[in-house]
Design a protein around this ligand. Structure first.
Ligand SMILES: Cc1ncc(COP(=O)(O)O)c(C=O)c1O
Length: 281
């Protein structure tokens, strides 16, 4: 357990960190968040996370203004106080506290919550692992481009995956793959690499954005287009991306093995390129 959290303007003993019962984050999920990775004491893709945080706040008209450098200082202090060499920073901003009413007042003070947690990552190397997944119906709302804590459909699907001893649930909408409960999904067929376009049906993952830059350096043919459940199962290789999972190979979907249940060569190459870019900054 971390020792410290940063709540609003103060560093607080993690066990004493509390939120008001009428905080709109609690009552309405009126709140956005980010999860930022720390690898060997370095932030991964911090700039993209802060850009997306601004986007989410703007889309929901949550009036939380922040300075990137000041926020970074808080992160560094927490990393040091909590001794987080490898792990994640969790940051959440809620609209603030108000008597319970759907309609919000204009001048609420947003609640800021930040803490770090240690975590081990699945990176290419001796223990690099492929994972099992399931498919599940995408039950979410129509603005998945906003990173809100409105995550109940994701929670339901992820727990179905847990019950099936799978790592992730791949969400299906009208026969097409959108994304995972907390990841973006990619398929490879011959030299083609496909992933869902970044529209309101998915979260535009930071890892996805970084990987798109890496793909430009390869001879792979990138296609940002939605693909079907059938294309998913018939792919040569499948993988997922997220901040916490980097690039993680998918070797089984429901009862179907992908690439004979082995990590594919292209996935491995991309995972190596991405992890190298994280380590070298
Ligand atoms: C629904 C969803 N899609 C995709 C992602 C991957 O995003 P990122 O690469 O920014 O972690 C996440 C991350 O939590 C997510 O919750």
């Amino acid at each position: 357990m971390p020792r410290f959290a940063f709540i609003n303007k103060k560093y607080i003993d993690f066990k004493q960190a509390k939120i008001h019962v009428e905080d709109r984050g609690l009552q309405f999920a009126d709140s956005v968040y980010e999860v930022i990775v720390i690898l060997n004491n370095n932030f991964i893709d911090l700039k993209f996370h802060l850009q997306r945080l601004r986007y989410s706040l703007n889309q929901l008209d949550i009036k939380f203004k922040f300075n990137d450098n000041l926020l970074k200082k808080i992160f560094i202090n927490l990393i040091n106080k909590n001794k987080t060499t490898n792990g994640i920073i969790y940051l959440q901003v809620t609209r603030g506290i108000q008597y319970r009413e759907h309609k919000y007042n204009k001048n609420l003070s947003p609640t800021l919550i930040i803490y770090t947690r240690n975590k081990k990552f699945n990176l290419p190397g001796k223990n690099f692992a492929g994972v099992n997944t399931i498919t599940y119906e995408d039950l979410r709302w129509k603005r998945r481009d906003i990173k809100t804590v409105n995550l109940l459909p994701n929670v339901i699907a992820a727990n179905k995956a847990k019950k099936m001893k799978a790592y992730e649930a791949i969400l299906i909408q009208n026969g097409k793959v959108t994304e995972g409960t907390s990841s973006n999904i990619w398929i490879i067929k011959k030299n083609n690499l496909m992933t869902h376009p970044a529209n309101t049906d998915i979260l535009k993952g930071v890892t996805r954005t970084s990987l798109l830059n890496i793909i430009k350096k390869t001879s792979l043919n990138l296609i940002e287009k939605s693909f079907t459940h059938k294309q998913l199962l018939n792919a040569d290789e499948v993988f997922l991306t997220s901040s916490g999972s980097f690039i993680t190979p998918i070797i089984k979907i429901d009862n179907k093995k992908i690439n004979n249940g082995k990590i594919g060569n292209i996935t491995l190459k991309l995972a190596e390129m991405y992890s190298k870019s994280c380590i070298n900054g």
